[in-house]
Design a protein around this ligand. Sequence first.
Ligand code: CO
Length: 662
Amino acid sequence: MAKTQKKRTPKTSSKPHAAAAGSRIPLRITDTTLRDAHQSLWATRMRTKDIVGILDTIDAAGFYSLEVWGGATFDVCLRFLRENPWERLRLIKSRAKHTPLQMLLRGQNILGYQHYPDDLLDRFVALSCRNGMDIFRIFDALNDNRNMEYAIKAVNKHGGHAQGTLCYTISPVHTVEEYVRIAREQVQMGVDSICIKDMAGILSPISAEKLISALTANVDVPVQMHCHATSGMAVATYVEGVRAGAGAIDCAISVMSGSSSQPAAETMLSIFDETSYRANLDRDALRKICKYFTDLTPHRNLSSQPINPIDPEILIHHIPGGMISNLRSQLQQQDALDRLPEVLEELPRTRADLGYPPLVTPTSQIVGVQSVMNVLAGERYAMVPQETKNYVKGLYGRSPAPINPAIKKKILGKEKAVTGRPADLLEPILPRITLEMEDPTLINEEEDIISYCLFPEQAKEYFQWRALPTEDRPPIPADLERKKQSAPAVEPAPDSASAKPFLSDRDYREIRDLMTKVNQFQFSEVTIRRNDLALSLKAEGMQAARTPTSEPAPKPEAAETSGSEPVGSPPETIEPEVSPDADGPAVKAPLNGTFYLSSGPGKPLLVKPGDTVQAGDAVCIVEAMKLFNQIKAPSRCRIVKILKQHGDPVKKDQPLIRIEPL
Ligand code: CO
């Protein structure tokens, strides 16, 4: 094993554990207000102008570093704010002269939800450094260091500070010894510091004391703590962790702290004032920053805040709050909300079968949906989305514990699992990507190509918008959301800020009553979008319709633990039942969901009437719970009639395609 190399840390950082002037030990505080805090509390809707408006004060406040980029910010910039994320980074760098900038990098996933080839990762890191990034916090959802190694190398090569990460979770295999082993391996790979990432907020003060004591005794790089305040333990956890040797903690300005964000900087400053640790933040500056974001909050935080700032349940079952609300809405879509208790019992079993993955994107989604399917199908692993299959196949990396062999066999059949580093299977992307672009004149700089590789659809839309004369540009999606939000009160859509209706109460009631009369359904929810004239309805016992124009792939932009982020990949098999009825046999929907005739925008139709298909050929897709289920022909047959439109909502057991067995 290579000997650990000591590398430079950012200019302004102080050495860990070194005594400052006098006898007090410096405590470094990273400010997350400009990234994690608004990602956790404002659905990542902070604009660059919001940041620039207070950046001088934040830069002068005495923070160790400013987390300003990465996570969901990149995606949301393009998709909702019509901003160039690279331009945001450059602007921040030009204003923050004193404090190093920091970002969250999902290892081989970069900022997306799948593995990317090494050439893209290298250029991403090179350009991030060139545009002003100093510290890269690199993590992998499975703590599989093979998914982090190339990112660590790239950051070292391009002159950044590489921070390794331990995603904290609780399971029989996540022992202190195991975390120490993972951390040591990261140090050997070349990290400059290690962060404990407690995305669910379940690291207790006593566990932190044990873990950090062991880490500081066994690794010779500084240890930082990143805790979410979800369970209410984080403040005490920071105190114990720092006393055990953590040299840095992540905080947010008070008005953007607590709940699913980090603990407040002001609180931690006062607590450590009475100890031998010295955080050295400027209280006047903090007061100004707090005032600034207090004034901004009503304009940016449009979601209704949870009534209880503490999620007490997470202390008991360790399932992140965001994940439970997702399970609830997934079950609602399947008319099976009453089965939530069964799913909550099933979830730890599924997680154990899958080798105890930490519940963070994308594993939270995989474990959550698989648990729902295990309960609804009546037989465990009878229904398996492609994402679960890919996970079991090793395409996300190595599970913390071995996957239950019987389950593995049931899911993979004769297919062999991958044992190497998943990214080794990927061809370089950069040589071919420019050839794939429909309109290369939209590209202004190399950074645009990276944006396009990571989020092709969103980047293209943004580039097209940017290319228009200012007066011809359509309004930005985030402004439309705001307009809808400030319209008269209506029943909010449960899951999506962008799908909020803007009808008056009276409009709403009239439409609902009319639709009830016409369709003889009891409609509980009606959504009208005026710009694209789309109407969607939610009847009792029927899921909301998607507009025919909406893409099959729903796109993520959620907090780290929400589990609401879909994991894009090809669809999977569900053996359908063939329903013999008056009109002949048909392929039926195995779940409530949305019917699609192709596997994505621009993809060809899977079948059309008159086609002959073989047993096992895909005939359509039913998207349920944000995962895509390929529906296969039960036998050799002829397609007689497509009974549903692309994008139609479908109910379990509803006939989808009339077939004639051959
Ligand atoms: Co976080």
